[in-house]
Design a protein around this ligand. Structure first.
Ligand SMILES: Nc1nc2c(ncn2[C@@H]2O[C@H](COP(=O)(O)OP(=O)(O)OP(=O)(O)O)[C@@H](O)[C@H]2O)c(=O)[nH]1
Length: 362
């Protein structure tokens, strides 16, 4: 049974000056490339050498997890229920499960953090629908959170048998390239199923473009020119990655895999971590700037509102209204009295005139 997210594990292991921590590997690959079988092989291999590992299953749709997962997404989120509740298809269901899980991922990391001195590796199995993890916001959140906590690398698993086709090989490499630039983490291409097909041909294609070009000439298919241009573009990419051949079924090549993971973890510390920290710092500075701008705008709005309301207060002061009304009434009375006086004077004047003309007064 895996650990329940939200439970307390009660262990040591935090504070400044501690070691970088155990390497964390995110296992990504096309459906059927052998990710889950590789997880099983890794678990068995480490268990036989008594090397403790922390294993996470992030595939909500998998029926059977053939290794003992410390954290299993299926324990906290039920794929079928999510599909029913939100009326989703299979891919939408997986994506929504991942979104829900991403919201809890910080708790998962806290659990793992407390145990960082108790395991030597962390491995994370991801859904077969590769794009659901690599190009989703939740996939990015999970990857970044992991990378800021442990020295993290990506294991991109490919089916070596299928890679015999140059076009499939190039497509896989293009995908690996996009993952490298998306995650900005050390990347290891794991050529799986070498029990069925050795991966030497793939290594030679990556090391020497002329060899790959030669194969393309022999194949002479419609997509040759596309494959050729893509291969040229990938030459630079090959310099930035590692590759290894394994068989998840027989366990062949597992020592090489663990060795390359250690190299990737060292690389992470030397070059990827500073880059990640710089990006995190920059993002924090930007967020701080936005917060300050928002606060300034809020203050300006508040000042404006205060000015407006004080102006309104001046216009509506009741005692002033009263005074104005009294003044107006006084003015009216004076006016009335003056008019009255003028009328009387006029009447006197008319009466005087009548007398002078000999008219009898009324
Ligand atoms: N010959 C051989 N077959 C393998 C190897 N690894 C996996 N397979 C087979 O490949 C098939 C797919 O393996 P999975 O481990 O389910 O692949 P996955 O990438 O987890 O698949 P999804 O969960 O659909 O993404 C299974 O039939 C495995 O037995 C290997 O090293 N050699």
């Amino acid at each position: 049974m895996s650990e329940t997210v939200g439970a307390r594990s009660g262990d040591e292991g935090s504070g400044p000056g501690r070691s970088p921590g155990p390497p964390a590997c995110i296992i990504i690959g096309m459906a059927g490339s052998g990710k889950t079988t590789l997880m099983q092989q890794i678990a068995a291999n480490l268990s036989s050498s008594r090397t403790p590992a922390y294993l996470l299953n992030l595939d909500p749709a998998v029926l059977n997890v053939p290794y003992r997962a410390n954290i299993d997404i299926r324990d906290s989120i039920k794929y079928k229920n999510v599909m029913e509740q939100y009326r989703l298809g299979p891919n939408g269901g997986i994506l929504t499960c991942l979104n829900l899980f991403a919201a809890q991922f910080q708790t998962v990391l806290e659990l793992a953090e407390k145990r960082r001195n108790q395991f030597k590796y962390m491995f994370v199995d991801t859904p077969g629908q590769i794009e659901v993890f690599t190009w989703s916001a939740s996939g990015s959140i999970i990857t970044e959170s992991l990378a800021t906590t442990f020295p993290t690398c990506v294991l991109f698993v490919v089916d070596t048998v299928r890679c015999k086709s140059p076009m499939t090989f190039v497509s896989n490499m293009m995908y690996a390239c996009s993952i490298l630039y998306k995650t900005r983490l050390p990347l290891v291409v794991v050529f799986n199923k070498i029990d069925a097909e050795k991966h030497d041909f793939a290594v030679s294609w990556m090391e020497d473009y002329a060899v790959f070009d030669e194969v393309l000439r022999e194949e002479s298919t419609f997509a040759d020119s596309l494959a050729r241009s893509m291969a040229i573009a990938l030459e630079e990419f090959y310099k930035n990655i590692h590759s290894v051949g394994v068989s998840a079924i027989t366990g062949e090549g597992m020592d090489d895999l663990f060795a390359v993971i250690q190299t990737a973890a060292k690389e992470y510390d030397e070059s990827y971590r500073p880059d990640l920290e710089a990006r995190t710092r920059k993002r924090a500075e930007e967020e701080q700037r936005h917060a300050e701008e928002a606060y300034e705008a809020f203050q300006q709005d508040r000042d404006k509102n205060e000015n407006r309301s004080s102006a309104r207060n001046t216009m509506w002061a009741p005692e002033e209204d009263e005074r104005e009304r009294e003044d107006e009434e006084d003015q009216d009375e004076e006016e009335l009295a003056r008019e009255e006086t003028e009328k009387e004077e006029l009447l006197d004047y008319v009466a005087k005139l009548n007398i002078e003309r000999g008219a009898r007064p009324k």
